[in-house]
Design a protein. Structure first.
Length: 310
C-alpha cells in the first residue's frame, strides 16, 4: 500500500480517496494482478485521466495536485485503483507494459508546477490590466507606444537589397566571376564555359605534373578546384584570365543570334579558349538555339569580328 492511501479530504469536506482497494470476489485482499508493480505507462495513463477530469471540471485544482502526487507515490495497480476510483474505472493490469518516450515520463511531475504557473501568470496579467488600462490600446501599435525613458527615436536608412541574382550572360555577372577568380589566385586558364546560371573553368592545376583542375562557379561563389586530368602542352595551351575581358564576351553573346541568322534565338553556351583551327589564338565561341535549329558563332578574343559560323 502506498503511504498516501489513508482517507484524505479536500477543502469541501468530501472524501478524496476511499480507504482500501478493489477486491476480487470472495477474497479479503487484492487479486494477484492488482498487486503487480507499476510501470511508467501505468502511471502516465492515470495522470492523463486526472488531467482530463480537471479539464472537464469534475475535480478542483488542489484535487488535481494531490492525485498526481499520489500516482507517483503508488507502487501497485491496487494503489492506483484507490486513487482513481471516483473519476474512472479501476486501472486494468496490462499483460505487457509499453514504455513511453522519456520526455513523457516527466509530464506528471510537472503538472502541479504547470498549474501553479498558469494561475500565477493569469493573476499578474489581470493586475497589469487594472493598473494600466492603456496597455491593451497600445499593444500591437508601435507608433502609439511611448519611447523608453532616456531613449530618443532615430530614423535609420535601410540599405537596398538586390532583388535578383546577376545573370551569367550579363557584363555585371561576368565581371563578378572574373573578379572572384582573380581573388582566388586563378591566372592560367585552359577554358571557361559559361551557361545562363553557372560556369565552369578549367585551370592549371597546382601540382607537380602538368594537369587541369576544374572550378565550378555559381551564385557568385567559386567552388574549390578539383583535379581533372593530366595535360599536354600540345593540346592548345593556357591563356591568362585578363587576356579576355567580360565586356568582349558579352558583346559576342549579344550579337551572335543575328550573326547566326537566328534573330529570335537564345544563347545557351559561351566558351573562351585557344583554338587549334585559328593558330592557337584565343577565341570566343557562342552557341545559339531557336528550338528548331542551332548554330555556333566563333569570334575574335575582343568580340569585334566573326571568324566563322557553323
Amino acid at each position: 500500500m502506498c503511504r498516501w492511501c489513508p482517507v484524505r479530504r479536500n477543502r469541501t469536506g468530501q472524501h478524496l480517496l476511499k480507504a482500501g482497494f478493489s477486491m476480487s470476489a470472495g477474497s479479503g485482499k487484492p487479486s494477484p494482478d492488482r498487486r503487480r508493480r507499476l510501470s511508467d505507462a501505468d502511471r502516465e495513463r492515470c495522470v492523463e485521466a486526472i488531467s482530463r477530469a480537471y479539464s472537464d471540471g469534475r475535480i478542483a485544482v488542489d484535487d488535481l495536485q494531490t492525485r498526481t502526487a499520489l500516482v507517483y507515490e503508488a507502487t501497485s495497480i491496487a494503489d492506483l485503483d484507490a486513487i482513481m476510483h471516483d473519476i474512472r474505472e479501476p486501472v486494468r493490469a496490462s499483460s505487457v507494459s509499453q514504455p513511453l518516450p522519456s520526455g513523457f515520463r516527466r509530464y506528471g511531475r510537472l503538472v502541479m508546477a504547470g498549474v501553479l504557473m498558469v494561475f500565477g501568470l493569469a493573476a499578474i496579467g489581470v493586475s497589469a490590466l487594472i493598473d494600466d488600462g492603456s496597455s491593451s490600446r497600445n499593444a500591437g501599435d508601435p507608433a502609439q507606444a511611448p519611447p523608453a525613458p532616456g531613449v530618443d527615436p532615430v530614423d535609420v536608412d535601410a540599405p537596398e537589397i538586390a532583388a535578383e541574382e546577376m545573370g551569367m550572360f550579363t557584363e555585371a555577372g561576368l565581371t563578378r566571376m572574373w573578379a572572384t577568380f582573380d581573388d582566388n589566385g586563378i591566372e592560367q586558364v585552359e577554358s571557361i564555359t559559361v551557361r545562363a546560371s553557372w560556369a565552369e573553368a578549367l585551370v592549371r592545376a597546382d601540382s607537380e605534373q602538368l594537369g587541369l583542375a576544374e572550378i565550378r562557379y555559381e551564385g557568385g561563389l567559386a567552388m574549390p578546384p578539383r583535379w581533372r586530368r593530366e595535360y599536354s602542352e600540345t593540346e592548345g595551351g593556357f591563356f591568362y584570365l585578363y587576356d579576355v575581358s567580360p565586356g568582349a564576351l558579352v558583346r559576342a553573346i549579344d550579337e551572335s543570334p543575328e550573326a547566326a541568322g537566328l534573330p529570335h534565338g537564345e544563347t545557351t553556351l559561351a566558351r573562351v579558349g585557344r583554338s587549334v583551327f585559328d593558330d592557337g589564338d584565343v577565341v570566343l565561341t557562342v552557341r545559339v538555339e531557336d528550338g528548331t535549329d542551332n548554330h555556333s558563332v566563333t569570334w575574335t578574343s575582343d568580340g569585334s569580328q566573326v571568324l566563322r559560323t557553323s
